[in-house]
Ligand binder design. Structure first.
Ligand SMILES: Nc1ncnc2c1ncn2[C@@H]1O[C@H](COP(=O)(O)OP(=O)(O)OP(=O)(O)O)[C@@H](O)[C@H]1O
Ligand SMILES: [Mg+2]
Length: 236
């Protein structure tokens, strides 16, 4: 027992209500998974996390593997996000980036070295926050689960050891081996309450930290995501 003392440095996610649920934020230098169905706000949540870092003068990177950069920018700018200090790396199918064709070559799974080189070329050694949106593409491009597990672990290790970056991976709903590998997992859900669809956010796991285990309601507004840490999904 540590008497409730936090042993790790926590960094705010940029969503106040979520930070309350997380008792301060995410642990620096670790890898987290945000999971949710389509349109539940995964990209928006991850952008809050990056913009918060950028505001603090950190080096932050958003890697898109699905939505093209210009669409991500348009969507996020309508929500008032200032992306001027967020580096966007476009590895989406329409980007023509060679990593995409190598992924689709079904050869070696996640090419960690190429990932590392891309990050290093663009940012250098000093990266504080990284988002990979989404890992689903990496997963389908890896022939076996064993290889996927090994390469995901290599990628997580590189991001930690080389860059000491706090990483957010985004994935679709459904169970996967990544659930067990990451240090923490947050799910965005749509729950039916009295015949109404309510958005709910749930922290599924958070190694090394106490957290609020209740599903809390959240909304997506024209300023992004708002989490209500004092309400239950039955009260909204
Ligand atoms: N101005 C707004 N007001 C209210 N809700 C909004 C607004 N802008 C976006 N949304 C909501 O946010 C959702 C999109 O958020 P986001 O792109 O983060 O979802 P996602 O989980 O990343 O989706 P996908 O799985 O398709 O990538 C929309 O489906 C919509 O419900
Ligand atoms: Mg998205």
């Amino acid at each position: 027992m540590n008497g409730g003392v936090d042993l790790f440095e926590k960094i705010p996610t940029g969503v106040e209500g979520l930070d309350v649920m997380l008792k301060g934020g995410l642990i620096k230098g670790r890898t987290y998974l945000i999971k949710g169905g389509p349109g539940t706000g995964k990209t928006i949540l991850s952008m809050h996390f990056l913009v918060e870092g950028a505001k603090r003068g950190e080096n932050v990177v958003y890697i898109t593997l699905e939505e093209p950069e210009n669409e991500v920018r348009e969507n996020m700018e309508t929500l008032g996000f200032d992306l001027s200090n967020v580096t966007i790396v476009d590895l989406s199918p329409t980007s023509g980036h060679p990593i995409f064709s190598s992924l689709m070559g079904f050869e070696s799974g996640i090419d960690v070295k190429t990932f590392e080189n891309i990050l290093q070329d663009i940012i250098g050694d000093n990266i504080d926050r990284v988002v990979i949106d989404s890992i689903t593409m990496l997963k389908v491009a890896t022939p076996t689960e064993t290889e996927y597990r090994a390469s995901l672990l290599r990628l997580m290790r590189t991001l930690k050891v080389k860059f000491n970056a706090t990483t957010v991976l985004i994935s679709e709903l459904g169970n996967g081996v990544e659930d067990y590998l990451v240090n923490g997992m947050i799910e965005l859900r749509t729950i039916e309450v009295k015949g109404r669809a309510v958005r709910g956010i749930k922290i599924v796991k958070m190694r090394g930290s106490d957290f609020d285990e209740t599903i809390r309601p959240y909304r997506i507004t024209n300023r992004g995501i708002e989490v209500y840490p004092d309400l239950s999904v039955f009260e909204v």
